[in-house]
Write a protein that binds this ligand. Structure first.
Ligand SMILES: Nc1ncnc2c1ncn2[C@@H]1O[C@H](COP(=O)(O)OP(=O)(O)O)[C@@H](O)[C@H]1O
Ligand SMILES: C=C(OP(=O)(O)O)C(=O)O
Length: 586
């Protein structure tokens, strides 16, 4: 039975609609309606809670078993290594069209890969995608439009050819970042050496290099500490003139071309969206990217400005705000409210703030779930969060990660990040595929250890008022209890994002008739987006979706699945309808 929404009053018995009824299913779900409330409200009895925990553990064990069967392996990464030593791996299977294995859809935390010289070919884009990349990031601080266009076209070609995988494209703006200029060759500097940074163009000698930002000399004071690449090298400012800043080297090293420059504790006074950024944003509109990662956002105003530009351009591109500037911290909440998602850009953040503050700032992305206003926004909008930078830094040059890097990934997964990001590891590293595979495996392992209690707190004031949230919540609880996947049918992505936010144990298969939405959903935690044409007949759509999953080996006959249909744009009725069913796959 379906129910009318929003605003209609419903009894608990009308909440759930079972396509293929069976007794255990009925029993479990009726236990749920009205009683399965976490976040401060105790379960009905300890016995019930223990039974539920047991069921969840069993569901997780089954899922993990399935996941272990489909760990991807690229030909390049073939052979034994630490991953194969610890987990069963299915050998690569050659498929027509150069696809040699499926990525594991069941990893919930998504992997964002920066594309650069190591990976900007057709072969590498394919391999990254098949190894586990979910989002391809283009860093506009490097390369030109022609090289980024080539990558966009390759990702689109992959998406068009891949039967069951889709990659989102994220354009990361350069932003008001301060960088040193090009150098003919790297400069070696030692502690105590004198070196200067100048706003004069085209300087690149043993003693001085250009800086791309004219107000640099005004922003910097004598005795400031200047950091290169977040602290790889450090300089003490000793003097300045109208165009040059003279420094003494505190921590030496090798200075390469176009390196990040930060003044410890200060943000540059540049506008958040520079002229170059507007050019790049326009390029993103023309090439229909899925996300902008907006650099150095200091306040919500800049997000509104970009949104209104996108609206005028009729461009449906979501904005991920990069939190990387000291100035953004006091405005964190309004920035997040204005955005479609956020990135903890730890590189610049760790340079502008004391480095020991960075993990504390990463924390609020999960702690937000306990902060009323932000949890409400997250729940209503299901905004994704990406943790970025240095996650597998040592793998730029080495084939295995450090233990600390593995722990860093595990922490981000436990904190509930939607995405974890690779930068230099995939852009210019020696082992891009191995890095993706390590991320994949560590995320998968960590997710398998998380209990339902680690999911974000769910019930609050929005629950009482918002029909979609209530359905997303109950669908999650129901699917968790039964150990099922969830199928959601969505035209706007809203219900899929809500379900993702509730972090169900099983995969959320999000069926959509919109290819752009399909790509966008690739970033959302636990969501496996699948394109399908919807029929006017709901039953036809449902059986088509179940058939697709069965044909692809994603569900098996006899397995139960939960079906959820959003109320905003129902697939089979003209009036607004919400619907949850549990079905046994034929
Ligand atoms: N499109 C590109 N073209 C050339 N090099 C790139 C590109 N994207 C990334 N890189 C290289 O990979 C490094 C790491 O990527 P990322 O962390 O995104 O850059 P950065 O830290 O410089 O902002 C960059 O410093 C640059 O050397
Ligand atoms: C992701 C980051 O930004 P970018 O690499 O673009 O400087 C960062 O600073 O962590």
């Amino acid at each position: 039975m379906a129910m009318a929404a929003p605003g209609s009053v419903c009894s608990s018995s009308s909440l759930l609609d079972f396509g293929a009824l069976d007794d255990p299913c009925h029993r479990l779900c009726s236990q749920f309606t009205g009683t399965r409330i976490r976040c401060g409200v105790a379960p009905r009895s300890a016995r019930l809670a223990a039974a539920q925990r047991k069921r969840l553990a069993a569901a997780r064990a089954t899922l993990l078993q399935q996941q272990q069967q489909i760990i991807p392996m690229s030909p390049q990464d073939g052979g034994k290594d630490f991953v194969t030593d610890t987990m069963p791996v299915v050998p690569a299977i050659d498929k027509p069209g150069g696809m040699w294995t499926k990525p594991s859809f069941q990893r919930k935390t998504k992997i964002v890969c920066t594309i650069g010289p190591s990976t900007n070919t057709r072969e590498m884009i394919w391999k990254l995608a098949e190894t586990g990349m979910n989002v391809a990031r283009l860093n506009m601080s490097h390369g030109d439009h022609a090289s980024h266009k080539k990558v966009i076209d390759l990702v689109k070609e992959y998406n068009a050819k891949s039967a069951d995988n889709v990659i989102a494209i994220m354009l990361d703006t350069k932003g008001p970042e301060v960088r040193s200029g090009d150098l003919p060759q790297p400069i070696k500097l030692e502690k105590g050496d004198e070196f200067s940074f100048t706003i004069k163009r085209g300087v690149g000698t043993e003693k001085s290099v250009s800086v791309n930002y004219d107000d640099f000399v005004n922003d910097v004071e004598v005795n400031d500490t200047l950091l290169v690449d977040g602290g790889m090298m450090a300089f003490l400012v000793k003097w300045k003139t109208s165009d040059t800043v003279g420094c003494e080297v505190l921590d030496g090293g090798e200075l390469n071309s176009r390196r990040h420059l930060n003044v410890r504790g200060k943000s540059a006074t540049l506008p958040s969206i520079t002229e170059k950024d507007w050019e790049d944003i326009k390029f993103g509109v023309e090439n229909e990217v899925d996300y902008y990662a907006l650099s150095f956002v200091k306040d919500a105003q800049v997000v509104h400005e970009l949104k209104s530009y996108l609206q005028k351009s009729s461009a449906d591109i979501h904005i991920i705000v990069k939190i990387e500037s000291a100035d953004s911290i006091p405005n964190l909440q309004s920035i997040i409210d204005a955005s479609d998602g956020a990135m903890v850009a730890r590189g610049d953040l760790g340079a502008e703030l004391p480095i020991e503050d960075v993990p504390l700032l990463q924390l609020p992305f999960s702690a937000w779930f306990e902060q009323d206003e932000i949890i409400t926004k997250c729940r209503e909008k299901g905004k994704p969060v990406i943790v970025a930078t240095n996650m597998l830094e040592s793998m730029i040059n080495h084939p295995t990660p450090t233990r600390a890097e593995v722990s860093d990934i595990a922490i981000a997964v436990r904190e509930g990040a939607d995405g974890i990001m690779l930068s230099g590891e995939t852009a210019h590293g020696k082992y891009p595929l191995k890095a993706v595979r390590v991320m994949h495996t560590v995320a998968l392992r960590t997710e398998a250890t998380l209990s339902e209690e680690d999911s974000p707190c769910t019930l609050g004031r929005a629950f009482k008022n918002h029909m979609s949230e209530m359905f997303a919540y109950h669908a999650t609880m129901m699917a968790n209890t039964l150990g099922t996947s969830i199928l959601v049918f969505t035209r706007s992505g809203f219900m899929a994002a809500l379900l993702s936010h509730y972090r169900p144990v099983g995969t959320v298969f999000a069926f959509t008739n919109d290819k752009k939405l399909q790509r966008r959903l690739a970033l959302y935690h636990g969501v496996r987006p699948i394109f399908m044409e919807f029929s006017d007949d709901a039953e036809e759509t449902f059986s088509g979706a179940l058939g697709t999953l069965q044909n692809r080996g994603l569900i098996k006959g006899g397995e139960q699945v939960a079906l959820v249909q959003s109320g905003k744009q129902p697939i089979w009725r003209s009036e607004s309808t919400h619907h949850i069913q549990v079905r046994k796959v034929a």
